[in-house]
Design a protein around this ligand. Structure first.
Ligand SMILES: Cc1cc2nc3c(=O)[nH]c(=O)nc-3n(C[C@H](O)[C@H](O)[C@H](O)COP(=O)(O)OP(=O)(O)OC[C@H]3O[C@@H](n4cnc5c(N)ncnc54)[C@H](O)[C@@H]3O)c2cc1C
Length: 453
C-alpha cells in the first residue's frame, strides 16, 4: 500500500490477446508490464501511466502427468490452484512462497523461494522448461538445455525480457497431506543460528520468527518451526484431499476470518506489537519441543489465515526489508540490524529468519547464508525516519557484509546499492539481454525505471 500508480489494465486470456496488447503499446508509444496477482511488496508489477498486462485469466492447466509429477500450466495459475490440482494424486509444489495467491508466472519472474531454500533451491530450479513470448510476438522455448542464456535470465528477470505464456514444473511426491511440525524456542539470536545449523541436515523446512523487541541477552529471541514429512499417515487418502487442507472460515469456531484484520488494527502500534510479540514468544516457549501434525497449506500459508491483513496497516502501509547475508557475516549483521532498529525506536513488527543458498539465475538475489525480513509500519510520521534508517542499514551493515536484496520486495534500496549487491557484471549482462530480446524497450515497470534503466 506504499507504492501506487495508475495504469491502463488489459486482461487477455490467450496468447493472441497478449500479442494484440503488445502491438497496441507499440502503436501508441506506451510500455507494458506483465502482472500476476500483484503480490510483490514493491513496484515490480506497476507501470505508471502505461499498460499493465494482467495475466490472471490465463489460468489453464495444459498438461498433467500424475505418474511423473510433471505439469504444464499457463502463467496465471496461482500457487493455490496448482496444489489443489495435484494434491489428491500425491504431489505438492516443492517450492512455495508464504502465500498461495501469487501466480506461477509472477513467481517465476521473481524466482521465489520457500522455507526449504537451502536444500531445494529456488522456484526457478523446479522449472523444466518455459515458453517466453517476446515483445516482437515470437515465442522462444527455453530450458537448461535449450536457449539456456534466456532461461537463466528470464527466470528472476522481473518480467522485463518477455512474457511467460507456459511453464513446465516438476513437483514433489508426498505420502500424506500433513507435515510434522516441531516448534522450538530460542532465547537469543545466537541460539537461533545454532538451532538452524543443527537441524539443516535433516529438516524439510525451517522458519524462524523473531520478537524484534527482545533486548540485551535476549536480542533476537524467537521461535523456530521445524517441518518434516509424515511417512506413516494411515489416513492419507483423507488428508490428501484438497478440502482437508482448507483453512477454517472462523477462528476458534466463532470469529469469521474475514474480520480478523479489524481485530489486529488496535494493536498496530508499538505498545500493541510489543505485547503481541511477547505473548507469542511466551506461549511458544511454554510449549517448546511439542510436535504437531498440520496440513501443508496451514504450515506454508499461515498469513492467508487473515484475509486482507494488510488493511490493518492503514492509514499508511507496510514496508518489508528482506536482506540476504552470507553465513559467516550473518550473526554480526543481523544483531546490528535488530539493535539499531531499537536505537532508532523503529522496531519491526514482524521479523522472519530463513536459510538459503545461491542459485544459478542471472539476477540471483540469494547467498549461501541467511535472510532476515523486517516488516515496518510506514505512516506519514515515521516514513522519513524509516527511509533514513534503511539507507543506513543498506550502506553500513548489509553491503559491507556482502549482503543482497530481494527486488520483489524492494521499496527502499537505491539504484547503486541494488546493482552493487547483484554485481555490476550481472546487471550489465541482464541489460544486454534486455536490448537483445526487447530492443524497443516495450517491457518496463516502475521498478525497472527506478533501479535498472
Ligand atoms: C504475504 C506474502 C508472503 C510472501 N512470501 C514470500 C516467500 O516466502 N518467498 C518469496 O520468495 N516471496 C514471497 N512473497 C513475494 C511474492 O511471492 C512474489 O513477489 C511473487 O512474485 C508474487 O507473484 P504475483 O503473481 O503476485 O506477481 P506480481 O507481483 O504481479 O509480479 C511479479 C513480477 O513478475 C512479473 N510477471 C508476472 N507475470 C509474468 C509473466 N507471465 N511473464 C513474465 N513476467 C511476469 C511482473 O512483471 C513482476 O516483475 C510474499 C508476498 C506476500 C504478499
Amino acid at each position: 500500500m506504499l507504492a501506487r500508480s495508475m495504469g491502463y489494465v488489459y486482461r487477455p486470456s490467450t496468447i493472441e490477446g497478449i500479442r494484440d496488447v503488445l502491438d497496441l503499446a507499440r502503436r501508441s508509444g506506451h510500455s507494458v508490464v506483465p502482472r500476476g496477482s500483484g503480490f510483490s511488496y514493491g513496484d515490480t508489477s506497476m507501470n505508471s501511466e502505461n499498460i499493465v498486462l494482467d495475466l490472471r485469466r490465463m489460468d489453464r492447466v495444459l498438461e498433467w502427468d500424475p505418474d511423473t509429477g510433471e505439469i504444464q500450466i499457463e502463467p496465471g495459475v496461482s500457487i493455490g490452484q496448482l496444489w489443489r490440482h495435484v494434491l489428491e494424486d500425491g504431489w505438492w509444489p516443492r517450492v512455495v512462497p508464504g502465500t498461495m495467491y501469487p501466480t506461477l508466472g509472477g513467481c517465476a519472474s521473481t524466482n521465489v523461494h520457500g522455507k526449504n531454500h537451502w536444500h531445494a533451491g529456488s522456484l526457478g530450479e523446479q522449472i523444466l522448461s518455459a515458453d517466453l513470448l517476446l515483445p516482437s510476438g515470437e515465442i522462444v522455448a527455453c530450458s537448461p538445455r535449450e536457449n539456456q542464456d534466456i532461461y537463466y535470465a528470464a527466470i528472476g528477470g522481473l518480467g522485463m525480457l518477455g512474457v511467460f505464456v507456459s511453464l513446465t514444473f516438476r513437483l514433489e511426491k508426498v505420502r500424506s497431506g500433513l507435515l510434522q511440525i516441531e516448534e522450538r524456542a530460542c532465547s537469543s539470536l545466537g541460539e537461533m543460528f545454532d538451532l538452524f545449523e543443527q537441524e539443516m541436515p535433516s529438516a524439510g523446512h525451517l522458519l524462524g520468527w523473531i520478537d524484534g523487541y527482545g533486548r540485551g541477552a535476549e536480542l533476537g529471541r524467537g521461535l523456530v518451526q521445524i517441518a518434516r514429512p509424515v511417512e506413516d499417515d494411515r489416513e492419507h487418502e483423507e488428508t490428501l484431499r484438497a478440502e482437508y487442507q482448507d483453512l477454517p472460515d472462523t477462528l476458534l469456531g466463532v470469529v469469521p476470518r474475514a474480520l480478523l484484520w479489524r481485530g489486529m488494527k488496535p494493536l498496530m502500534n508499538d505498545r500493541g506489537m510489543r505485547l503481541l510479540n511477547a505473548t507469542r514468544y511466551t506461549m511458544g516457549a511454554s510449549r517448546s519441543g511439542v510436535t504437531t501434525r498440520v496440513p501443508h497449506a496451514q504450515f506454508h500459508f499461515i498469513l492467508d489465515y487473515v484475509p486482507n491483513w494488510k488493511y490493518a496497516f492503514r492509514p499508511g502501509g507496510i514496508l518489508q526489508y528482506q536482506v540476504f547475508v552470507p553465513e559467516q557475516q550473518a550473526r554480526v549483521a543481523f544483531a546490528a540490524l535488530l539493535e539499531e532498529a531499537q536505537a532508532y525506536d523503529l522496531v519491526p513488527y514482524l521479523a522472519v529468519f530463513k536459510r538459503h543458498r545461491r542459485d544459478p539465475f542471472l539476477l540471483n538475489y540469494s547467498v549461501d547464508g541467511y535472510s532476515l525480513a523486517l516488516d515496518f509500519h510506514v505512516t506519514e510520521a515515521r516514513a522519513k525516519r524509516i527511509e533514513e534508517m534503511l539507507g543506513h542499514f543498506t550502506r553500513e551493515i548489509v553491503l559491507p557484509a556482502g549482503g543482497r536484496f530481494y527486488p520483489a520486495k524492494d521499496n527502499a534500496v537505491d539504484r547503486e546499492s541494488l546493482q552493487q549487491s547483484m554485481t555490476t557484471e550481472a546487471v550489465d549482462e541482464y541489460l544486454a539481454m534486455k536490448r537483445r530480446l526487447d530492443p524497443e524497450g516495450i517491457l518496463q515497470s516502475d521498478l525497472y525505471r527506478r533501479v535498472f534503466a
